[in-house]
Ligand binder design. Structure first.
Ligand code: NAD
Length: 414
């Protein structure tokens, strides 16, 4: 995965003729932290876990990126995800670098108490690796606001008495009650919808007339579905790790959203037909939204797919062979670094609120989120026209140009 991520970056670096020194720096992460740590389970057994924090680059500001709990988490995956964060933060103009972390674990197999002990121990062992001005984690696959609250509380308790308010900014995606931002939970899905709306403007489509299918119904996929349905999109298929649901007339998204909240899965929802998982890629739609994991749109699936645009809500959902097939068919791909940037943008708003001790209203959050995402989409489309390239290459070109400009001005220490 890290190699695939590097290929995307190198292609755009060629397009803009990036300074070879900056290319070398950005090809590898700055710091790779691997931690083996013990956790006492409810049964009394003590089990060892492996956790990672990869800090890719901090030219633009503190390292920033999510924390993933999934059985497939490994060094290679986290390195790729960390690099994408650098390019994403640069693209949308945030004062952040890129990082990512993870623990190799299936969180569904552990109790709340076990997860709390695991999160606190991992945070403690990360020590000074993280901090509001150093590296700021956030939720990702398998983690949530409750876990961010535990990270913040652990960090605050081992950090001495000064600056308690600012210390809240050590992590974003917290519950609103403990210093989170209104609008953060839905922000990534909201940003995906803005990117889709922007593409509609670019290609002369009406958002309200789109047929949409979605892979993944967790934080990002479910909020996107809810907001898209409110705009009049017809969501005809939804998949998660338990089931794939289909209704050609459009699923009842508010009912499915409520069902998934209660049951933490979509299996068993009786308002739609359950179909074979692979069939998701055979359903003709206008927009396909991958919002689960990486490497889902393979070459073979891409051959079968019929859609006009893919908006990458997930990180790295399209393989390079899959992308070649889709671009060959004239499908637009709005890349992850642009499409799912809404989450980190509102994380930045949360961090600003923690620094100032002031809470923003949800409509202020939404207005500013929309401005930033819209502006980034405008820049990508302008670059795409200038370089006559794909949306992905254009997004990287915008991002790398900003990084190169800052390196030019600051120089490379010493
Ligand atoms: P989540 O854990 O809340 O949800 C993941 C969803 O994917 C679940 O519905 C799960 O059932 C589903 N899933 C897993 N394997 C699947 C499979 N094989 N087929 C179909 N569905 C499957 O995670 P999330 O926070 O919604 O993140 C989803 C993606 O969005 C990830 O790639 C993540 O890196 C990216 N992302 C998340 C955020 C954020 O703010 N949470 C921000 C930017 C990017």
């Amino acid at each position: 995965m890290h190699e695939a991520a590097n290929r995307q970056f190198q292609r755009a670096a060629d397009l803009i003729d990036l300074n070879p020194d900056y290319r070398k720096i950005l090809s590898e992460p700055e710091n790779e932290v691997v931690i083996n740590f013990p956790v006492r389970l409810d049964s009394g057994e003590m089990r060892m876990f492996k956790g990672y924090r990869i800090q890719h680059n901090n030219l633009l500001g503190p390292f920033k990126g999510g924390l993933r709990f999934h059985p497939d988490v490994d060094l290679d995956e986290v390195k790729a995800l960390a690099a994408w964060m650098t390019f994403k933060c640069s693209l949308v103009g945030l004062p952040y670098g890129g990082a990512k972390g993870g623990v190799t674990i299936n969180p569904r197999e552990y109790s709340d108490g076990e997860l709390q002990r695991l999160v606190r121990r991992f945070t403690h062992q990360l020590g000074d690796t993280i901090g509001p001005e150093i590296d700021i984690p956030a939720p990702d696959v398998g983690t949530n606001a409750k876990m961010m609250d535990w990270i913040m509380d652990t960090y605050a308790n081992v950090s001495g008495p000064g600056g308690r308010q600012q210390l809240k900014g050590v992590v974003t995606g917290k519950s609103v009650e403990v210093g989170g931002s209104l609008g953060r939970e839905a922000a990534t899905g909201q940003g995906v919808l803005y990117a889709l709306r922007h593409w509609c403007g670019e290609t002369g489509q009406r958002l309200s007339e789109l047929r949409v299918s979605i892979q993944g119904f967790g934080n990002v996929g479910s909020h996107f579905a809810r907001l898209a349905a409110l705009e009049g999109c017809r969501v005809v298929a939804v998949a998660d790790h338990t089931a794939t649901l289909h209704d050609d007339e459009g699923l009842d998204i508010p009912a499915l959203f409520a069902y998934a909240r209660e049951n933490r899965m979509i299996k068993g929802f009786d308002g739609a037909d359950e179909i074979d998982t692979e069939k998701l890629f055979d359903i003709a739609v206008d927009a396909f939204i991958p919002a689960a994991l990486e490497n889902q749109v393979t070459e073979e699936r891409a051959e079968r797919m019929s859609c006009r645009v893919i908006v990458e809500a997930a990180n790295g959902p399209t393989t390079s062979a899959g992308e070649d097939v889709l671009l060959g068919k004239g499908v637009d791909i709005i890349p992850d670094v642009l499409a799912n940037a809404g989450g980190v943008v509102v994380s930045y708003f949360e961090w600003l609120q923690n620094q100032s001790g002031r809470a923003w209203r949800v409509d202020d959050v939404d207005t500013r989120l929309r401005e930033i995402i819209w502006d980034a989409n405008d820049k990508v489309v302008a670059m795409k026209e200038e370089l006559n390239c794909s949306h992905r290459d254009a997004a990287y070109a915008v991002s790398l140009s900003r990084l190169a400009d800052v390196y030019d001005r600051r120089g490379i220490f010493p």
